[in-house]
Write a protein that binds this ligand. Structure first.
Ligand SMILES: [Zn+2]
Length: 80
C-alpha cells in the first residue's frame, strides 16, 4: 500500500543509494513497544517512512530479502 507522503525514489539506484538505504533500513529498525512495533529511531509506527524508502530502494536495485538481511548483518553481497 503506497501512501502519499512516501519519499521519492532515485531514478537510478546507485551503490551509494544502496549504502544509504541499508543504513536507513537498519537504523530505522523495529522496536517492540507496549502499543506495538515502532521505529527505534523516530518512534513512528514501524515500518516508518525512511525504513519504507530504504526497502523500496533495495527492491528497485533488485536485492532479495535474503540479500538485504545479509547486508544488514554485516555480510557481503556482490552488487552489480
Ligand atoms: Zn524511522
Amino acid at each position: 500500500m503506497e501512501s502519499t507522503d512516501d519519499l521519492p525514489l532515485p531514478p537510478y539506484v546507485t551503490k551509494e543509494d544502496v549504502v544509504f538505504a541499508l543504513r536507513a533500513v537498519s537504523v530505522h529498525g523495529p522496536e517492540q513497544r507496549p502499543d506495538g512495533e515502532r521505529c527505534r529511531k523516530d518512534y513512528a509506527r514501524h515500518p516508518c517512512r525512511l525504513h519504507r524508502w530504504g526497502r523500496r530502494v533495495l527492491q528497485k536495485r533488485g536485492l532479495t530479502e535474503t540479500q538485504v538481511q545479509t547486508l544488514i548483518s554485516g555480510g557481503t553481497v556482490a552488487l552489480r
